[in-house]
Design a protein around this ligand. Structure first.
Ligand SMILES: Nc1ncnc2c1ncn2[C@@H]1O[C@H](COP(=O)(O)OP(=O)(O)OP(=O)(O)O)[C@@H](O)[C@H]1O
Ligand SMILES: [Mg+2]
Length: 285
């Protein structure tokens, strides 16, 4: 990960209607190139509204949004911005437009007028990356939710974006589909350096991020590593948010009188701690 900025909002305010109360209230945040950032927050706190500012679907009422050094309010930069920052939404059925998988993945490129040879290359590459190449000739309606969502991701990846914004992209999927999509997202982030902003209600997904932003009432109220954020479990609960199950278990064991660390948030670390506890009677080995 570099220090280069990918996305930046400067004190942005946004209201959907002129006289309505603002939905975003002075949001300043920065996402560095190559980072995987999770955004958490209760229903209606403004997560999707913020996400839509990252590729100029919405423009701030006050303040500035930057994609690299491009001001999202600059109309001349709109195509560049949309190509650099791809969005994936919650419902895969609303994002699929063609009747064959590979045509769907090619759709946006076709609209951009990419030459056929180059298009073939990019579509194949994107389908490989999203792990749906073997389904390329199928009708999207024949696929599972997780597969459909990866078709949507492939369509975005074919544009060769620098950044992916996923707005609850796993919310409608079963656990298996969710795991497949997360694996694809991690692969794109780790192996191809694609910056990821991921809005989620799943704390286990957020635990895998480099950084977590927590929103409440149109503001960012926490910003830190997953451990830094989840260790504030009381605050999380007061915002009607959970902590990862691994941490929940550790907190319960601690309450029951065992000397268990409070900063365990991943299932793997929790399993290792439990194994030590069972073998030695001590959680810290
Ligand atoms: N198109 C719209 N017009 C008017 N108000 C809207 C519109 N979209 C969202 N809102 C309102 O703005 C507020 C923030 O909505 P937003 O969708 O950004 O929240 P969210 O954090 O993504 O919620 P969720 O977890 O339910 O997806 C809510 O009060 C919502 O009702
Ligand atoms: Mg939302």
């Amino acid at each position: 990960m570099s220090d280069e900025k990918m996305l930046k909002t400067e004190n942005i305010t946004f209201a959907y209607e002129e006289d309505a109360a603002p939905v975003l209230r002075g949001v300043s945040c920065e996402v560095r190139r190559g980072e995987l950032v999770a955004v958490l927050g209760a229903n209606g706190c403004g997560k999707s509204t913020l996400a839509k500012h990252f590729n100029a679907i919405l423009l701030p009422t006050e303040g500035k949004v930057w994609v690299e050094d491009m001001d999202t309010a600059d109309e001349n930069k709109l195509l560049d911005i949309r190509q650099k920052v791809g969005m994936v939404f919650q419902n895969p059925d609303n994002q699929i437009v063609a009747t064959v998988v590979e045509e769907d993945v090619a759709f946006a490129l076709e609209n951009l007028g990419v030459p056929p040879q180059e298009m073939r290359l990019r579509v194949d590459e994107a389908m490989e990356l999203a792990g749906i190449y073997k389904h390329r000739a199928k009708g999207p309606h024949k696929l599972s939710g997780g597969q459909k969502q990866r078709v949507a991701i492939a369509g975005v990846i074919a544009m060769r974006p620098d950044c992916l914004v996923l707005d609850e992209a796993t919310a409608m999927l079963d656990p298996r589909g969710r795991a497949q999509v997360m694996k694809t997202v991690r692969h794109l982030n780790r192996d191809f350096g694609i910056t990821v902003v991921m809005i989620t209600h799943y704390m286990e997904e957020a635990a895998e991020a480099d950084r977590v932003l927590v929103m409440s009432g149109g503001e960012i109220v926490m910003n830190g590593t997953p451990k830094e954020v989840f260790v504030r479990s009381e605050e999380m609960k007061s915002l009607r948010l959970d902590v990862p199950q691994a941490q929940e278990l550790c907190l319960a064991l601690r309450e029951a009188g065992l000397d268990v660390p409070t900063d365990i948030i991943s299932t793997e670390d929790c399993a290792a701690m439990l194994a030590r506890l069972l073998q030695t009677g001590r959680a810290d080995g």
